[in-house]
Design a protein around this ligand. Sequence first.
Ligand SMILES: [Zn+2]
Length: 251
Amino acid sequence: MIDSHFHGDSRTVEDYEKMSIGGITEAISCSYYPYEILKPSVLITHFKRILHFEKERAEKERIKLNTALGIHPANVFPKYKPVLDEIKKFIKQKDIIAIGEIGLETMSCEEVDIFTKQLLIADETKTKVIVHTPRQNKLNVVKKTKEILSENIDPKLVIIDHINHTVVDEVIDEEYQIGLTVQPEKMTSAEAIAILSNYGFDKFMLNSDSSYSRSDVLSVPKTARLLRIEGYKKNNVEKVSKLNVKNFFDL
Ligand SMILES: [Zn+2]
């Protein structure tokens, strides 16, 4: 199985071990720095840690770690240009499989500006993007996010993440892939299964978004297991827990 969105740097080696025992063979670690960014080098060092140190930690537990790097909306800060230059370098060197996670949290002008600039880099370089949507004010932020996406990037490059039943109708007819985050503070396995049962399995990928928040590193295997218990077809379970991620990212 593949966990399509988590934050390896915030988890312990025991968590990597647990994921491996739970059947996760591959994961996508996204960038998010949990504290104030005082200068660009803080974020660049965070990126390099995920690229190198985390990859090694995961591989010791038999998990292939793919990396998505970008300026998270909670990490916006004024002098971000050197960070964008670094992201361009990572893309050129094929170090990352996506820019992410990026997006809007409060819809401030700074967030919109940095989000848009990263989308333009992605569109120009045909790089995939993992787009965050927040817990608060979700519907309005999803609407604004769609507006910005439609003006700045080929929708086929986009995963819109943390989608739940309150906003799924906003995105289901778009060309994006859709991330379902099963995490104690976001969505239960049962809620994810209700969405899959209503909207089908083709556009969705499961993830745990395991991070500094309360998380369950086993939420992808647990949801896949529940789907099997409830009698969903093996191929459909595989689509949302592995195949859709493989196909989208060409892994
Ligand atoms: Zn995340």
